[in-house]
Design a protein around this ligand. Structure first.
Ligand code: BGC
Length: 711
């Protein structure tokens, strides 16, 4: 039969009919092979040992493609297309988390920008670099709400708030997937890690999570719902045991919620080895039983457990797996491949100029600058730097490009990264004289290094002290028992502060830090996160005032590790005036939403369209915000609601809306929140039913609270 006469290869035929046709031709073995993912190319994740390319079967559903070489992709794809009986294309997945070759700030930093359109644009540039390199599918966004900064993976998500995670999730899905997935510049998104992986006990990775059904619905599911609604084609099941039923064998989350209620049409891939790990978790006696549990729960693709390729056919023969479910699962995988246009365009073209394009680089710089948070700028007014003659750049992070790239740095190239030192040099020299001293390594120092740093500081008018974390101190399998920086860096900061010179601290980290001891040692502190390729240039933009800082924290900075978990949207205590720590204040050092500017903003009295309303009516609250300083600046206005008396208790405050806008000096602009009661004032019960109760609500914006009543 000529290819043109084969129904499933005919792009003019509706997708579901093409899939019917293809399924009718497939053997059970061919179907099962579509549900497996192996690896191709070299891997840089120490836990994930890849397989040898070339030995892969031609019938495989997917590979994790550890490369950026379209030729390698095309060679294996040719095998699938030409050497498998039915010529089904493979889908190539990759961990493109915050960029591919152009590296953007880590997701936690991105969230602090509160700039949703910019994040959407950035992900579209990342998608283009990836797709033109042979990637069809990224394992991103990670939307695990996280409230324990000891957990290294807080760097990969959008912070502690469900609504912020949901908003950035939807933006990244739109950015990655674009208008059509068949374009040569868009890729399929994957929401991960479904679900509640961020609830890791004591911040340790891969461990058991204790998640009540109420918390599942309140905190962990909303970002996933937003991603599914935005059209995300795939999800990744999580490693964690969710109160006794692991995420990779959880019928309630994988089938009941995702497929039955949310009507998701794509597929779920396991996390790496998470099916076979059901044995370690005590949910299966062996790999075969693990495969059975995972598959029957609604997990379609096996990433590197070799449970499905090995046992699924046997389980079907034994009648333990239903062939209808097999067909349904394969249909989901084929559907994604068809939507990506892989049957029509299986190969990647040659795009030599795909990396680091000007629009991508400028977005990287803008997003890096907007993600940086000015935590402190004391009355000495050291920032922005103005007319400074001698600048000492000191610290172990100053010349480290690795620290700036973060743990998932895709195919990022260190030499293409602007270090903090380079950024400062480019911006301030030759008007200012700039000297460097390392002062310490990240976790050790010597008397000689310290003395050199002190000498350099004494020479200078201002010290830019670049401290922080190594790139692998956060990310996967990178928990820390304390979130304070190592003693060596504290020692360095103390010596520098003792010189009496003005100190600006630049902190590069993948998590909130305990800065209680560091904070008094600096006049100004900027959290630059792991800002990516343009990090140093963006930091210089902020130091110089070329860009007015506008970042606000999407995750609380505790005073000490002992306060963890500490997050803004907690529920009320039985005795609000008691129950505090005896040894330290119970408040955080820098709360959620904290972030300074070089200008000042005043929030005027809010107005409400109607302070009493009925269930079906919308209410509009507006607030005038004035830039009362002398510099232009952007303000992110965060709107919270509070439901002080509910049949199921609610957090004291819940973010429900935000918007960021530029204001000229002296300009007043009105920000608006249109409240749709069903959307903004309701809450889920422990099974996800939506409850909307009449009564009093408070709308909180800046320093103001507005009372409204639903009759
Ligand atoms: C991580 C995932 C990642 C996968 C593939 C796992 O170890 O948890 O986030 O997508 O590896 O590299």
């Amino acid at each position: 039969m000529k290819p043109s006469t084969v129904l499933y290869k005919d792009a003019s035929v509706p997708v579901e009919i093409r899939i019917d046709d293809l399924l009718s031709r497939m053997t059970t073995h061919e179907k099962v092979m579509q549900l497996n993912q192996y690896t191709l190319g070299n891997n840089n994740n120490e836990n994930n040992v890849g397989e040898v390319a070339g030995e892969l079967p031609a019938e495989l559903g997917s590979v994790i493609y550890y490369n950026d070489n379209p030729d390698l992709r095309n060679a294996y794809q040719r095998r699938c297309m030409e050497e498998s009986r039915l010529g089904i294309p493979c889908i190539f997945g990759y961990d493109m988390i915050h960029g591919f070759r152009t590296i953007y700030p880590i997701s936690l930093g991105q969230a602090c920008s509160w700039n949703v359109p910019l994040v959407e644009r950035m992900t579209s540039y990342a998608a283009a670099e990836g797709r033109m390199s042979g990637i069809d599918w990224t394992f991103s966004p990670m939307i695990d709400v996280a409230r324990d900064p000891r957990w290294g993976r807080v760097s990969e998500g959008y912070g502690e708030d469900p609504y912020a995670n949901a908003a950035f999730c939807a933006a990244t899905v739109r950015g990655y997937q674009g208008k059509s997935l068949a374009d040569s510049t868009t890729i399929a998104a994957c929401l991960k890690h479904y679900v509640a992986y961020g609830a890791s006990e004591a911040g340790r990775d891969y461990v058991y999570t204790e998640v009540s059904p109420q918390t599942l619905w309140d905190t962990y599911l909303p970002p996933y719902k937003a991603g599914v609604d935005a059209g995300a084609l795939t999800l990744m099941s999580s490693f964690n045991d969710i109160s006794g039923i692991p995420g990779s064998a959880n019928y309630y989350t994988l089938t009941e919620i995702l497929k039955n209620r949310w009507k998701h049409k794509g597929f779920v891939v396991s996390d790496w080895g998470s099916i076979e790990q059901l044995v370690n978790q005590g949910n299966a006696a062996d790999k075969k039983e693990a495969g059975l549990r995972a598959f029957n729960s609604g997990l379609e693709m096996d990433m590197m457990s070799h449970a499905y390729d090995k046992y699924l056919e046997e389980l079907i023969d034994e009648g333990k797996v239903d062939s209808v479910l097999l067909d349904e699962s394969v249909r989901r995988v084929l559907r994604v491949k068809m939507l990506l246009g892989l049957f029509e365009k299986p190969y990647t073209g040659n795009h030599p100029d795909r990396f680091m394009r000007p629009d991508a680089l400028s977005a990287a710089r803008q997003l890096a600058a907007e993600s940086m948070v000015l935590l402190k700028n004391d009355s000495t007014g050291i920032l922005p730097l103005d007319g400074v003659g001698r600048i000492a750049v000191i610290g172990p992070v100053a010349k480290s490009s690795a620290s700036l790239q973060g743990s998932w740095n895709g195919r990022g190239v260190y030499d293409e990264t602007v270090t903090l030192y380079q950024g400062i040099l480019d911006r301030f020299a030759p008007e200012a004289e700039i000297r460097f001293a390392k002062g310490s390594d990240l976790d050790k120092t010597t008397e000689v290094e310290l003395a050199q740093a002190v000498d350099t500081a004494c020479w200078a008018d201002v010290v830019i002290l670049c401290l922080g974390e190594e790139r692998r101190w956060s990310g996967e399998n990178a928990s820390r028992s304390t979130i304070a920086l190592p003693e060596a860096q504290l020692q360095l900061a103390e010596k520098i502060a003792a010189t009496g010179k003005p100190v600006v601290m630049l902190l590069s980290s993948g998590r909130p830090l305990d800065l209680s001891q560091m904070e008094p040692l600096a006049n100004a502190i900027i959290e630059v996160w792991q800002p990516g390729t343009a990090g140093g240039a963006a930091a210089a933009d902020i130091l110089s005032g070329d860009v007015n800082p506008s970042g606000k924290l999407a995750m609380t900075f505790p005073r000490s590790t002992g306060q963890i978990p500490i997050y803004y949207n907690r529920r009320g205590s039985a005795r609000r005036h008691q129950g505090f720590y005896q040894d330290i204040p119970s408040t955080p050092l820098y709360p959620f939403g904290h972030g300074l500017s070089y200008t000042t903003f005043a929030y005027g009295e809010p107005s409400v369209s109607s302070s009493t309303f009925r269930k079906g009516e919308k209410v509009t609250v507006t607030v005038p915000v004035t830039n009362t300083g002398s510099r232009a600046g952007a303000e992110a206005v965060l709107w919270f609601i509070s439901d002080p008396a509910a049949s199921i208790t609610r957090p004291l405050m819940e973010l429900k809306h935000f918007e960021k806008r530029e204001l000229k000096p002296g300009e007043t602009t009105t920000f608006k929140f249109v409240i749709d009661p069903m959307k903004h004032l309701s809450f889920p019960d422990a099974d996800g039913n939506i409850i909307l109760e009449p009564g009093d609500f408070k709308i909180i914006v800046g320093p103001h609270t507005v009372n409204i009543v639903m009759e």
